[in-house]
Design a protein around this ligand. Structure first.
Ligand SMILES: NC(=O)c1ccc[n+]([C@@H]2O[C@H](COP(=O)([O-])OP(=O)(O)OC[C@H]3O[C@@H](n4cnc5c(N)ncnc54)[C@H](O)[C@@H]3O)[C@@H](O)[C@H]2O)c1
Length: 286
């Protein structure tokens, strides 16, 4: 299907409306897709829908006509059955295996048999989730980056049971969103997190060991390596709780010490300092 046909025919479901689900909704709607966004409670919609609407309007890299269509057709719901209308559902729930498995099992009961399921997990094995979903051939990983409305990369994660036509459809969707897919085989952390998590953990350890402050670490990395944002500022954007879960999953699978979550990370999460979304992490946003 060409991008115009895809836009007209494909209804996309977005499950979860936190940091990633809300941004992904804005990115899809701005590209002209009809989006049905589901979340288990209204609260997130009340907090985030005005921001999502602003984000859709402001994405000038998409034609006005696409943005208007996406805005007009955007639907938010707490009723899981509404996702039955979507033929492509991207899941963005908390990084917890049991929560995701339970969601896909329920979705599988009510979705159209041809519907494709994708997970935005950062660290859980795609093949395991695919098997648990009850439709492995129509299940894959689509790993977006934060903030989705600005980041161009999408890691498209295949596994041995995946139907090739589903892979083609998923890469076409990513391209119709104006993004670049990189297809890879299922492996812990995929490409980017396998490298990034170790860098972020070392940045946390430098602060933990009193070598430098968060600002000094970020300034050094920005000016010394040319990254646009330092690792600890980035961590605040990602969410310290999400990063902690990713470290735990990668450490469990790979067993290498660089993936073990640093003590300072665990302490900050326990104190509720989960980053920008909480108003405080390595920096204060109050
Ligand atoms: N934050 C990032 O930078 C980033 C980047 C790429 C991928 N991801 C992945 O995206 C997914 C979501 O991460 P996030 O940062 O948006 O998290 P978040 O904490 O901002 O949002 C979590 C979402 O899960 C929902 N949720 C929590 N518990 C639930 C339950 N028991 N049942 C149903 N829904 C539940 C919440 O309502 C919310 O919509 C995770 O798998 C994460 O690994 C995150």
């Amino acid at each position: 299907m060409n991008p115009e046909e895809l836009r007209k025919k494909l209804v996309v479901g977005v499950a979860g409306f936190g940091t990633m689900g809300s941004e992904l909704t804005a990115a899809l709607a701005a590209a002209g897709f009809r989006v049905i966004a589901w979340n288990r409670s209204e609260e997130r919609f009340e907090k985030l829908v005005p921001r999502v609407r602003r984000l859709i309007s402001r994405q000038q890299n998409h034609p006005e006509e696409h943005r208007q269509r996406g805005l007009k057709l955007l639907e938010t719901t707490t009723n899981l059955e509404r996702l039955a209308e979507a033929r492509f559902v991207v899941e963005n729930l908390v990084e917890d295996r049991a929560v995701k498995v339970d969601f896909f099992k329920k979705l599988n009961q009510l979705a159209h048999p041809d519907a494709v399921f994708a997970t935005n997990t950062s660290s859980l094995p795609i093949a395991e989730l695919a098997e648990a979903s009850g439709r492995p051939g129509r299940f894959l990983g689509l790993h977006f980056f934060n903030p989705v409305t600005r980041m161009e990369l999408v890691e498209v994660v295949r596994h041995p049971g995946l139907d090739e036509s589903v892979l083609t459809m998923a890469t076409s969707l990513v391209e119709a969103m104006g993004k670049t897919p990189v297809v890879l085989n299922d492996a812990p952390g995929f490409i980017v997190n396998r490298i990034l998590v170790t860098m972020v953990n070392e940045a946390i350890r430098l602060v933990e060991q009193g070598v430098a402050s968060p600002k000094q670490v970020d300034t050094a990395m920005k000016l010394g390596t040319g990254v646009p944002v330092g690792p600890l500022k980035l961590l605040d954007l990602v969410g310290l709780d999400t990063h902690l879960r990713v470290c735990e999953h990668l450490y469990e699978k790979l067993g290498e010490p660089q993936f073990a979550p640093p003590e300072l990370l665990k302490r900050l999460v326990k104190e509720g300092k989960t980053g920008r979304k909480a108003g405080e992490g390595f920096y204060s946003y109050r």
